[in-house]
Design a protein around this ligand. Structure first.
Ligand SMILES: CC(C)(COP(=O)(O)OP(=O)(O)OC[C@H]1O[C@@H](n2cnc3c(N)ncnc32)[C@H](O)[C@@H]1OP(=O)(O)O)[C@@H](O)C(=O)NCCC(=O)NCCS
Length: 265
């Protein structure tokens, strides 16, 4: 973190670790929020001087990591080596270099993040994809979800509950009300239409990311019950989360007994 590095000590007991985080969590989270606003990558290395410290996601938490995808060529080259043959094959099918770069960076850093929780080599991680398209770890030792848009990605990590995340670049070229009338519930479309015109675009993307995050947590496929799906409710909770300027983002998870944490350990 620029100029301000918080040193996390080694903890002899879980109770001491919990007490440390109780005392310092607000400082860590304020730093991470500043990084979010500035569009920087948030990573444990930013706040923890001890490289390799293993983050732990508690049952009551959903961890969020923000990844900036615009990396220099040397780093891209290193990250490429973390991908599996299947991932490289997928990457090579993107026609545009920028799409290939975004794929490599988001998937390689996803591997790095998950491997830190599992204390394992990023290359050794295996994924399986459900018929609905949602990837899982194999074996399923953590839950996660990835989203990318423009030059940013978000990764949500859960202990065992299903999680979903969505980030979208707020674009000018969307017919917000038309899409809302087609895909949102009537109540949601009316709520959007009632807003002043200047607020509709940002509000639309906020609603869209909430729906996407919820749909991704539930592992739905696009088009499945889209119009009927409210933006929260049932056995699932969805939360609008901080995003860099020009983006909207949301996270969702199974159950209601969880809180978003920006990469604590
Ligand atoms: C496939 C889908 C998840 C892609 O969404 P997107 O915004 O274009 O892309 P994102 O970057 O947010 O997510 C893509 C990542 O999510 C994961 N993913 C793919 N299918 C998924 C699914 N059905 N559920 C959860 N995660 C999924 C993958 O990791 C994927 O990354 P990759 O394509 O680089 O491998 C989306 O089109 C979809 O089917 N959504 C269903 C959820 C829903 O009902 N949404 C309501 C919208 S109103």
């Amino acid at each position: 973190m620029q100029g301000k590095k918080l040193i996390v000590p080694s903890f002899e007991t879980e109770a001491r670790e919990a007490a440390w985080w109780e005392k310092n969590r607000s400082v860590v989270e304020a730093d991470l929020r500043a990084a979010m606003r500035e569009g920087r990558t948030t990573s444990l290395q930013d706040i923890i001087a001890k490289p390799g410290q293993k983050p732990v996601v508690r049952a009551s938490e959903v961890h969020l990591w923000q990844i900036a995808l615009d990396r220099p060529p040397t780093e891209q080259e290193q990250l490429l080596h973390l991908l599996s043959a299947e991932e490289r094959d997928r990457m090579s099918r993107f026609r545009f270099p920028d799409d290939r770069r975004r794929y490599v960076v988001s998937h390689a850093i996803l591997r790095q993040i998950l491997s830190r929780y599992l204390d394992t080599d990023p290359v050794s991680l295996r994924f399986i994809t459900e018929p609905n398209g949602k990837p899982h770890l194999d074996p399923d030792r953590l839950t996660f979800n990835l989203s990318h848009s423009g030059e940013m990605a978000l990764v949500a990590v859960g202990a065992t509950r299903q999680v979903g995340v969505d980030i979208e670049r707020i674009r000018d070229d969307v017919a917000a009300l038309d899409i809302a009338r087609q895909f949102f519930t009537d109540e949601e479309a009316e709520r959007l239409a009632a807003l002043p015109a200047a607020e509709q675009r940002a509000a639309f993307f906020t609603m869209w990311t909430r729906k996407e995050a919820l749909g991704k947590a539930r592992g739905l496929v696009l088009g499945q019950a889209l119009r009927d799906m409210a933006d929260s409710g049932g056995g699932w909770r969805v939360e609008t989360v901080e995003a860099p300027p020009g983006y909207a983002a949301a996270a969702a998870g199974e159950g209601h007994d969880w809180a978003v944490r920006w990469v604590p350990s």
